[in-house]
Design a binder for this molecule. Sequence first.
Ligand SMILES: C[S@@+](CC[C@H](N)C(=O)[O-])C[C@H]1O[C@@H](n2cnc3c(N)ncnc32)[C@H](O)[C@@H]1O
Length: 213
Amino acid sequence: MKSRAGHWDQIFSGTEDDQLGWYEASAAPTLALMATVPGWQSSTVFLPGAGTSVLIEELLSEGVPLVLNDISRTALEKLKKRLGVRGSAVHWLCQDIAQSLPSDLPPVDIWVDRAVLHFLIDEADIEGYFTNLRSTLRRGGYALFAEFSKEGAAKCAGLDLHRYSVEELSSRLGDAFELKAAFDHTYINPGGDPRPYIYALYKRTGSDGFSPG
Ligand SMILES: C[S@@+](CC[C@H](N)C(=O)[O-])C[C@H]1O[C@@H](n2cnc3c(N)ncnc32)[C@H](O)[C@@H]1O
């Protein structure tokens, strides 16, 4: 059986970026939410499962410091090539986001996940993901999620999904996170198929004993 990383490597090595089933020519819905975060342009942003998203250039052009994670080395290599010298300012991190993150990461101000969390199916992986978020995101920081909603497709990239409601995201984050905004967004994939997403932005207002600072 192919490994999780091998599955994604194969997709990225065999597909042009603009033909990926989650490709968006503009990350406008994500940027609209990010723009509501005070001082977002000077915030350190962590992208789990960054893939080859155009959001990365959109953030780099604003001078946003980035930590880019992906389980797929192929995706990160493609992205590095595309960014050229602009990639030298990026903190790169190739690993499974469900596994413990290294301790030398810079404190993160905004965690931005589009279409990554919903691929984690096992409860231990989901818990590992949220433990990483809590240990990385500073108090006062923000977490932004764009995941397949309960009305969304049951599979993507050949994998089963765990679809989300705002209620479930809130409950998994716990009382230390305050919901600031949420909306439904129907993304149309390159095949022309509608894919309903839920977008939600949280502020980490409280302390739950995990925060890096
Ligand atoms: C549907 S794509 C979304 C990519 C990007 N966030 C975007 O919006 O274009 C999912 C991404 O998550 C990565 N990924 C999947 N499982 C992962 C995991 N457990 N840890 C880190 N990255 C993962 C994949 O390699 C892929 O780049």
